[in-house]
Design a protein around this ligand. Structure first.
Ligand code: RTP
Ligand code: MG
Length: 148
């Protein structure tokens, strides 16, 4: 089953949006397989956002993501990577469609509430950065026949 890495960013945690975000993915029909509240060490943040190392906002991005606890999660389900990105909305909340997480709860691109892996390669890499294999749960009945 496809898996993705999702994370409520420090702004979302401070604004008490963890439950709202989790509820959306649960109600959609995806399964939570790993979750933890944590502070991201600076080196991990730099590695996670390594693709943006040369961008002018890199320092700010790392400062922000390490500024308070994040809620790190792994979710699974059919097409969960792409569907989660759609449910999150565009990177900049001003362009995010109404009904999406960033469209409903964000205002600025820097504080856009949630992170989600953007490809199967990113998902595998990011899950590996944030979770050990034994931190991921397995469901004995993987398929909910009322969803699939
Ligand atoms: P994310 O990685 O956080 O899920 O967001 P994304 O794929 O939609 O966007 P990405 O291009 O990967 O950018 C990562 C995060 O960097 C911040 N950003 N700031 N100041 C700026 O112009 C700017 N551009 C991007 C955003 O918080 C974005 O989520
Ligand atoms: Mg990204």
């Amino acid at each position: 089953m496809e898996k993705t890495y999702l994370m409520v960013k420090p702004d979302g945690v401070q604004r008490n949006l963890i439950g709202e975000v989790v509820a959306r993915f649960e109600k959609k029909g995806f399964q939570l397989v790993g979750a933890k509240l944590m502070n991201i060490p600076r080196e991990l943040a730099e590695e996670h956002y390594g693709e943006h190392k040369e961008r002018p906002f890199f320092g700010e991005l790392v400062d922000f993501i390490t500024s308070g606890p994040v809620f790190a999660m792994v979710w699974q389900g059919e097409n969960v990577i792409a569907t989660a990105r759609q449910m999150m909305g565009a990177t900049n909340p001003k362009d995010a469609a109404p009904g999406t997480i960033r469209g409903e709860f964000g205002v600025t691109v820097g504080k856009n509430v949630i992170h989600g892996s953007d490809s199967p390669e990113s998902a595998e890499r990011e899950i590996g950065l944030f979770f050990k294999q034994e931190e991921l749960a397995e469901y004995s009945k993987l398929i909910n026949e009322w969803v699939y």
